[in-house]
Design a protein around this ligand. Structure first.
Ligand code: GAR
Length: 183
């Protein structure tokens, strides 16, 4: 199986889905820019190697060098971003070219960036959803590998919509990552 490293910043529910539905890949490391990320404890309890480092005080380049070293030490071949809320530098993306994927809570190319669900509701869209894409230097701009659509219902708030899209994320991401690592 291909060795995958997952980067998270918080809850880590997509990371959990990737671990639980792993096919053709194995999760070799879960790393976070936030040592208190809830998902880290979950991974540790399951015997998955973890690495946590705050960029505070060491600068972006120093921080990324440490993350890169941890990923390489764990033999990681492909990186999956899962609620990782930090922009990777161009240099980091170049070092892992075509080997970083991300899940984004919108139907790309619509709503790159933050607050995707409130923007979709405000626009009067009939559907929202999520996308798995290759990470390039352009924010949320790389090739889309797969998407799942979710209806926007009358009365939806950003929170109710986010909860339904999240269910779709947990089904989509493991399936697309399995396809990607066997490409
Ligand atoms: C997910 O909805 C993911 O799509 C989104 O953050 C959430 C993380 O939840 N990602 C982004 O907004 C990336 N810019 P999780 O930590 O429970 O997986």
């Amino acid at each position: 199986p291909v060795r995958v490293g997952i980067l998270i910043s918080g809850r880590g529910s997509n990371m959990m889905a990737l671990v639980e539905q792993a096919q053709g890949y194995e999760v070799a490391l879960v790393a976070s820019d936030r040592p208190d990320a809830a998902g880290l404890a979950w991974a540790r309890e399951r015997g998955i190697a973890t690495f946590a480092l705050s960029p505070k005080g060491i600068g972006k380049a120093g921080y990324e060098a440490e993350i890169d070293a941890a990923l390489r030490a764990a033999g990681v071949q492909v990186i999956a971003l899962a609620g990782y809320m930090r922009l990777l530098s161009d240099a980091f993306v170049a070092r892992w070219r075509e080997r970083i994927v991300n899940i984004h809570p919108s139907l790309l190319p619509r709503y790159k960036g933050l607050d995707t669900h409130s923007r979709a509701i405000a626009a009067g869209d009939a559907t929202a959803g999520c996308s798995v894409h290759v990470v390039t230097e352009e924010l949320d701009g790389g090739a889309v590998l797969g998407q799942a659509e979710v209806s926007i219902l009358p009365g939806d708030t950003a929170d109710t919509l986010a909860a339904r899209v999240l269910v779709a994320e947990h089904a989509l991401y493991p399936r697309i990552l399995a396809e990607y690592v066997s490409r």
